[in-house]
Write a protein that binds this ligand. Structure first.
Ligand code: SF4
Length: 205
């Protein structure tokens, strides 16, 4: 999140700062999430239809192909960490503001992982597995596809709004799709990161 590659040596003072700010922000991170599972009506390389909801358009099959059901989700960690980062930036503590932004983004990603665990334990059958979470704005899925995700899921229930600019409010929120399908087929399909050549991607799984 802070631009350090795998081989980059992290300076001890930066490590200490990150650890201090994680501890400071822990009580200010309020992770919430919501999802709705819907059977797949139609899935092509470029489109996913979930009943009468507006279709999601993008490189769908590469991520979700073996799925017979899809969980549309939104998670947030609230707006306290973003306000804290803003305060530090305005006070001239630029490094602290930058680190706090990174901590908030990492927390939102951790919230997605936690939500995926809930989807797995609550929704998947004994012979089913999940595909990796797939979010608008990443992996070739246009940011505008958030409109379709928000049509399926009740994001208001967790206090998240999608602004006309396609930015979510609170900013430290993530929306996306998780497929649920036969575990052998999910495993055989693999994850798109295995054949994706975007070497600079920090979301690689
Ligand atoms: S490497 Fe990054 S861009 Fe490519 S499929 Fe994985 S997460 Fe998406």
């Amino acid at each position: 999140m802070m631009g350090c590659g795998k081989q980059t040596r992290v300076r001890p003072e930066h490590q200490a700062l990150v650890e201090r700010l994680i501890e400071e922000t822990r009580p200010r991170i309020h992770a919430r999430g919501t999802y709705r599972v819907h059977p797949v009506t139609r899935m092509t390389d470029t489109e996913l239809a979930l009943g009468s909801y507006p279709p999601v358009r993008g490189p769908i099959a590469g991520f979700l192909r073996p799925a017979t059901r899809v969980a549309a989700f939104v998670v947030t960690v609230g707006d306290e960490i973003e306000r804290l980062a803003d305060q530090r930036l305005r006070a001239g503590a630029r490094l602290e503001g930058y680190v706090l932004n990174a901590v908030g983004s990492a927390a939102a990603d951790a919230a997605v992982d936690a939500l995926a665990d809930v989807v797995y334990f609550e929704e998947a059958g004994a012979d089913e597995a999940l595909t990796p979470p797939f979010s608008p704005g990443y992996c070739g899925l246009p940011l505008e596809e958030q409109i379709s995700v928000f049509a399926v899921v009740n994001a208001k229930a967790i206090g998240v709004r999608l602004l006309p600019t396609m930015i979510m409010q609170p900013i430290k929120s993530v929306s996306g799709l998780i497929g649920i399908g036969n575990s052998e087929q999910v495993e055989a399909h693999g994850v798109p990161c295995q054949w994706c050549d975007l070497t600079t991607c920090i979301m690689r799984r």
